[in-house]
Design a protein around this ligand. Structure first.
Ligand code: ME8
Length: 636
């Protein structure tokens, strides 16, 4: 007889892979936590889940960040990627795999993917000149640009011209529009889908996907001068992590693909346009859903280095606990909307909802069982609030199917409010004297409610849910089988002895930071990053001098570098990243200021002796000095 093994349905959820030029902050944690909530929920309903996260480590931006940190790229990405990996267990995130784009296996498959696209005729060599955002690593058309700013991140755009391979994105425009029309759950939420559709309808330009001007990436097998750049490399992580290769899709890929991609709204376009087109070209099914969530600000402001207002999730979890943060993030803001983080709001929800509605209910209940029932839970077939419980489960599942995570939490807390009210209305202290049978029904009913609630809250606050179940005396697993038992009111056994009582969410106090403390924090962050204070003696060591520019030319194969021949105290060469802000010819004859006693550095094989003074983070403006000042003069 052939025994057929029942195979479970699968569910594959991914986070974006994060750039390693930054340390993990609240925004990164949010996406990863959302994916963890989805992964845990789907495990609870019996699916075989694969949950992927990781880091995006190639590209010019990373190469530059490594240089600024004074490290070689390999050393730099190893260190930074570790920070993203290590934060996961601290947030109680249970991913199945952590991918790095510098993994050998990934790099090999990316090269194979390029090869396949090339052979298919979907890559061709050309030249581009266009407006380019270094930060998002993409080009934009005039129709998309306002005030020379990147439509995705708002940064200043540069004009760039280079030999490149193009991917035939435009070829897939109509196919993509048709696909989106026919698959209503492909891009969510709906408003975001509409934005994508409008964008595609404006007309898609072919996509530049290689560079010949730097090294840190995957070399293209059919043209070794070129390096992959960078969205094909990054997006492919979702399939290379499943051992996909164009030649052998692999068992894991066949089992788990297609994915649900959870992303921030900033990168929806890449996922909902580039990625599907690449998948069309490779002959792979498109993702099941791409869900774009909103953006977190902090006390109404964008998180940024200059403000020093990055919220670091671990500082919060050390103070308030992991579950409190997990709960807050998904209760505070409808999933898909933008939100504003405030510590005050977090404290409020901990005390009012987690502490009062959930924690106190449990304590109150356990005390009743100790006092009236010898620490054992009676088991009665009659169930109070039965209909409400069943409706809660249904509404909760419906909410999850729409990614309405805040609603899923909302319906559970509504049931908790009803349970608190039930206890108040039934007055157990009176029942104990007058009607012990009814008291048993109440105690049995509330145990069942708490067991169901523990499972419903498990995706959000896993360790607290387990603590509740232990206190109810349940010793089994928090898995799909346990959930089934709870739904049938069978999880709590007759006369089950309750466990040791433990306060789940102790009250927390919020103290507004004083202005001085806030300033202190900003100073501390700045000191850690770049604004180190120096002594007057140290300042005197810096030799600032006026220099005359004698010659200027662009460095070959570089987007930014200009080689300057200057004369200060003596003649020397300085290489500076100031193209296209300055044209070489406009600099010749000008008087500038240089740091004359900086250690020489090799830049693209050129010995650079010194540094120019310039102001402005985004667009450098050189410090020019009156022509009458003689070169070599000391600046003080
Ligand atoms: O874009 N609010 O990486 P990245 C909410 N490597 N979410 C935020 C956030 C905020 N303030 N800040 C960041 C990249 N995020 C590419 C992705 S995927 C193939 C390549 C989250 O490090 C959000 O999920 O810039 C956003 O999409 C992601 O971090 C961007 O991470």
């Amino acid at each position: 007889m052939v025994v057929l093994k029942k195979t479970k349905k699968t569910y594959y959820v991914t986070t974006p892979i994060y750039y390693v030029n930054d340390k993990p902050h609240l925004g990164h944690a949010y996406t990863s936590l959302a994916s963890d909530v989805l992964a845990r929920y789907h495990k609870l309903i019996g699916l075989d889940v694969f949950f992927l996260t990781g880091t995006d480590e190639h590209g010019q931006k990373i190469e530059e960040a490594a240089r600024v940190a004074g490290k070689n790229p390999r050393e730099f990405v190893d260190e930074m990627s570790k920070a993203f990996r290590e934060i996961l267990p601290k947030l109680n995130i249970e991913n199945n795999y952590f991918i790095r784009t510098t993994d050998k296996k990934h790099e090999k498959t990316v090269a194979e993917i390029y090869q396949k696209l090339f052979e298919k005729g979907d890559l061709y060599k050309g030249k581009y000149r266009g407006k380019y955002c270094v930060s998002c690593e993409s080009f934009y058309t005039e129709a998309q640009i306002e005030n020379n700013r990147c439509p995705a991140c708002g940064k200043e755009l540069r004009i760039v011209e280079e030999e490149t391979y193009f991917f035939r994105l435009s070829k897939y425009q109509n196919k993509l529009l048709k696909y989106i029309r026919e698959h209503p759950d492909f891009i969510l939420p709906v408003e975001k889908k509409n934005e994508v559709v409008a964008f595609v309808k404006q007309g898609l330009q072919d996509l530049s996907v290689s560079r010949a001007s730097f090294d840190w990436g995957v070399r293209l097998p059919f043209d070794r001068k070129h390096i992959s750049y960078v969205w094909i490399d990054a997006l492919s992580n979702y399939i290379t992590a499943l051992d996909y290769s164009p030649k052998h899709p692999g068992k894991k890929f066949r089992k788990y693909w297609p994915a649900v991609h959870v992303v921030g709204k900033d990168i929806l376009r890449f996922h909902a346009i580039y990625w599907p087109a690449i998948l069309f070209a490779l002959g792979i099914k498109l993702p099941k859903t791409i869900f774009a969530h909103g953006w977190w600000t902090v006390d109404g402001e964008k998180m940024s280095k200059s403000k020093g207002n990055f919220v670091r999730p671990i500082q919060l979890t050390e103070r308030y606990g992991v579950d409190a943060l997990r709960y807050f993030l998904f209760r505070e803001v409808p999933f898909g909307n933008d939100g504003d983080f405030s510590e005050k709001g977090l404290v409020r929800r901990i005390n009012n909802e987690l502490g009062n509605e959930l924690g106190n209910l449990l304590q109150r209940y356990l005390t009743m069982v100790e006092k009236y029932s010898n620490s054992r839970i009676p088991k009665i077939s009659k169930q109070y609030l039965k209909k409400e419980i069943q409706k809660t489960i249904k509404d909760y599942e419906k909410a999850f199917s729409r990614y309405a995570l805040h609603e899923a939490l909302g319906v559970v807390f509504k049931l908790l409010a009803k349970t608190n009210k039930l206890i108040n209305d039934k007055k157990p202290w009176e029942l104990a004297k007058k009607n012990p049978k009814k008291l048993e029904v109440l105690l049995s009913s509330v145990a069942n409610i708490l067991s169901v609630v523990s499972f419903l809250l498990f995706p959000f606050i896993p360790s607290s849910s387990e603590k509740i179940l232990r206190q109810l005396g349940y010793k089994g697993k928090t898995d799909d089988k346990g959930f089934e038992l709870a739904k049938k009111f069978k999880l709590v056994k007759k006369n089950q002895k309750i466990g040791r009582k433990e306060i789940l969410f102790p009250r927390v106090e919020f103290r507004e930071k004083t202005k001085k403390e806030k300033e202190g924090e900003i100073l501390k962050t700045n000191l850690k990053t770049n604004l180190n204070l120096i002594s007057f003696e140290d300042f005197q060591k810096i030799d600032l001098r006026v220099a005359k520019v004698i010659s200027a030319e662009r460095v070959a194969n570089s987007e930014k570098l200009i080689r300057l021949g200057i004369k200060a105290d003596r003649k020397r060469t300085i290489v500076a990243g100031i193209y296209p802000y300055y044209r070489p010819e406009e600099l010749v004859g000008k008087n500038i200021v240089i740091v004359a006693n900086l250690e020489p550095r090799m830049v693209r094989g050129i010995k650079s002796e010194g540094m120019l003074l310039a102001a402005g983070e985004k667009i450098p403006k050189l410090v020019f000095v009156d022509k009458n000042v003689k070169e070599g003069e000391i600046v003080r």
